[in-house]
Design a protein around this ligand. Structure first.
Ligand SMILES: Nc1ncnc2c1ncn2[C@@H]1O[C@H](COP(=O)(O)OP(=O)(O)OP(=O)(O)O)[C@@H](O)[C@H]1O
Length: 272
């Protein structure tokens, strides 16, 4: 354990474990507040360059985004021979994955409130030249007051400096242009957020198959459908927004800012 971390924070209970490390609650007596401390064990990262780049990229990008609302804020970074420790906002209100995992469907105003906070975060990333590239319910956390915090920037990339390419993301949420192997832009995040909106309203993802390969196939070739059984009570305005977020033609897909200005968002999901 890093001495300078111990001097600044008291390490408390474990909150969870990921592939590369463990997350604890930590308490700062100076600030009289609790934070989360993610400790990444450097040896647990394979020699895979994609895994190793998380060590560099995540703290740099979180630092760059530190003024953005609705993004997990990085407060401190500590490093020793074995570990990298990232001290961030504490999100003890759970994540969107847990809220949706029972196939629960949210009323439109609740879905609009989640999407609004998510798109404020995404629009801020895009203004600063950052594409998240792995937007999914597990990476959408809530603090104790229920405020949304977009997390996990280990797959994020700066665009504008060079073109983005490479297969990153998670099967249900990945945009089709990522799968075709060419270059793509930050609108991959709008597609993923559209998939999340669909799941919030329908309780199931728009594209899925038996296993990742079939899901990729469905993302690449499937039509966006609104089965009557699931969408009978969903408003035409919400369906219009879904079509415009999951538009295969990237030039016609809405930007994050345009999503925030869509009538369904402006009306907070309240329809007449
Ligand atoms: N800021 C936080 N506040 C509260 N709990 C957190 C916070 N960050 C992570 N956690 C908890 O710790 C667990 C592990 O988080 P971590 O970011 O290491 O991995 P992950 O994103 O779940 O998985 P992976 O990194 O393997 O893709 C999470 O599932 C969550 O329960």
């Amino acid at each position: 354990m890093c001495d300078s971390l111990k001097a600044d924070y008291q390490l408390c209970e474990e909150l969870g474990r990921g592939r590369f490390g463990v997350v604890h609650r930590c308490y700062s007596s100076a600030a009289d507040t609790s934070f989360a401390c993610k400790s990444i064990h450097k040896d647990s990262l394979s020699s895979d360059p994609t895994d190793r780049r998380c060590l560099d990229v995540e703290p740099k990008i979180l630092h760059l985004l530190s003024g953005c609302p609705a993004i997990l804020r990085l407060h401190d970074v500590y490093e020793d021979d074995e570990y990298l420790h990232l001290v961030t906002d504490l999100c003890d209100g759970g994540d969107l994955y847990d809220r949706l995992s029972s196939g629960i469907r949210l009323p439109e105003p609740d879905a609009a409130s989640v999407l609004n906070q998510l798109m404020v975060a995404v629009a801020c990333c895009h203004r600063l030249g950052v594409a998240h590239r792995d937007i999914k319910p597990d990476n959408i956390l809530f603090d104790s007051r229920g405020r949304l915090k977009l997390a996990d920037f280990g797959s994020a990339e700066l665009f504008g400096v060079s073109e983005m390419s490479g297969l990153v993301g998670t099967p249900y949420y990945v945009a089709p242009e990522v799968l075709t192997g060419g270059e793509y832009d930050e609108k991959v995040d709008v597609w993923s957020a559209g998939v999340i909106l669909y799941i919030m309203l329908a309780g199931v993802p728009p594209f899925y198959g038996d296993g990742p390969a079939e899901t990729f196939e469905a993302v690449l070739r499937g039509n966006l459908r609104f089965p009557t059984k699931l969408f009978r009570s969903v408003s035409p305005e919400a369906k219009d927004l879904l079509r415009k977020m999951m538009c295969r033609d990237v030039s016609r897909r809405l930007s994050a800012e345009q999503v925030l200005r869509h009538p369904w968002m402006i009306n907070g999901g309240e329809t007449t």
